[in-house]
Design a protein around this ligand. Structure first.
Ligand code: IMP
Length: 390
């Protein structure tokens, strides 16, 4: 099994990379998070927004698994599947959901709605759902088939109605409740629900797809401004029921600069015109929430830690084209800023993977030398083929 992880605060452009890499795999599996993640892919010019379904869905030969480490919003999944089906007929047959994954209820959504703004969460109920999991009172996918599930449903409705007075947007939560009920029926009748060892028993090449990023990891990230799951490559073992020795390669994805959504420290943040320029050119607005992302210089101290924590074997730098045309660039390393002349072009020499612009070569060399690892892939445009393999 290989793993693909984000090395910063999420939004490193993992979607494009998985889309590209997943062609080589028989299975792509998500091991944590839920519909707080999101990316957009294009298939024959048609837009495909994925939040919970792994990116392997785009390739007809790939099986896609939502692993037991995930927290799943079933209504959202139903819509995602219907959308994917309309673009890729029969693709629903290649989507499998672990019976041990936890489900996000309208109560989780309500709680996040009431409290989430402190951290700046995506308000998708992720934290409350993981909290209930750890507190041993969560609802797992397999529970929807149990005889007492209807009693649980009544309890949820009662609690929701008891709390709904606190909020102005009551109709929203009535809608959430109706959608939840609808999605339970859908899940029972339409989803391929599998045992939690499904991935371990699979005979083929597996890519574990991480969501969010290393700095948002519950354990090693910038706590408490983090998400509620283990985003690290090691999380794939638990979230997909795999033994420790099963990881081969770890693809670590980072952006040539830094972005962050939500609250928490960001020492290289740019609150000036350069930050605004990067935000605009890089379309740095949340794929899930639409919130503007804070932009700043690359923080190599954090990146080095991420590389070590994840055991990265292959580095991938994305959105290199966004920095083109900026006169002076900076990288933070050992708490000091290092200045670099900006590049004009991300083109490579004909028939080689060598960049034409010496300033880009210097930037890449500096990162590689400080991290002690080669950058094997450099993404230079949003297009699928806009990636240089070095
Ligand atoms: P939650 O995951 O919705 O609980 O949010 C916790 C923190 O993680 C907030 O700062 C979010 O903005 C951030 N976050 C969650 N998912 C993503 C993501 O996919 N990309 C970037 N940030 C994320």
């Amino acid at each position: 099994m290989d793993v693909l992880v984000g090395l910063q605060y999420g939004d490193e452009g993992k979607g494009k990379v998985t889309d590209l890499l997943s062609e080589k795999y028989d299975m792509v599996a998500r091991y944590q998070g839920g519909n707080n993640a999101g990316h957009t892919l294009y298939h024959n010019g048609k837009k495909l927004v994925l939040n919970q379904i792994p990116s392997g869905i785009i390739h007809e030969h790939t099986i896609n698994v939502l692993g037991s480490g995930m927290v799943v919003n079933l209504f959202h999944l139903m819509n995602e599947i219907e959308n994917v089906k309309s673009i890729l007929p029969n693709s629903e047959k290649r989507i499998f959901l672990s019976e041990n994954a936890h489900i996000i209820t309208p109560l989780h959504l309500l709680e996040d709605y009431l409290q989430g703004s402190i951290i700046g969460t995506t308000l998708k109920g992720i934290g409350p759902c993981y909290r209930d999991k750890v507190y041993r009172k969560g609802i797992r996918v397999k529970d929807i088939f149990s005889d007492d599930f209807d009693i649980k449903l009544v309890e949820i409705e009662k609690k929701l109605r008891g709390n709904i007075d606190q909020i102005s947007n009551k109709s929203l939560f009535t809608e959430h409740l109706n959608n939840f009920k609808l999605s339970i029926d859908y899940a029972k009748n339409n989803l391929n629900i599998v045992e939690s060892d499904f991935v371990r028993k699979f005979d083929g090449k597996i890519l574990a797809e991480g969501a969010q990023g290393t700095m948002l990891d519950i354990e090693h990230g910038s706590y408490p401004f983090v998400t509620s799951s283990t985003t690290l490559s090691s999380g794939s073992l638990i979230g997909l029921s795999m033994p420790p020795k099963s990881i081969d390669r770890v693809y670590g994805v980072f952006k040539s600069y830094l972005t962050r959504v939500g609250n928490g420290d960001m020492i290289t943040e740019l609150n000036d015109n350069v930050g605004k320029y990067i935000q605009g050119k890089g379309a740095e607005f949340g794929a899930t929430t639409g919130r503007p992302r804070r932009c700043g210089w690359l923080n190599l101290d954090e990146l080095k830690e991420s590389v070590e924590l994840n055991g990265v074997t292959d580095l991938i730098m994305t959105k290199t084209d966004i920095l083109s045309g900026i006169k002076t660039l900076k990288i933070l390393f050992k708490n000091e800023y290092h200045e670099f002349k900006g590049w004009e072009t991300t083109e490579v020499d004909d028939n080689s993977s060598n960049f034409k612009d010496i300033n880009l070569i210097n930037y890449v060399d500096f990162i590689e030398s400080k991290l002690g690892i080669r950058i094997n892939y450099v993404s230079i445009s949003p297009e699928r083929n806009g990636i240089i393999i070095r």
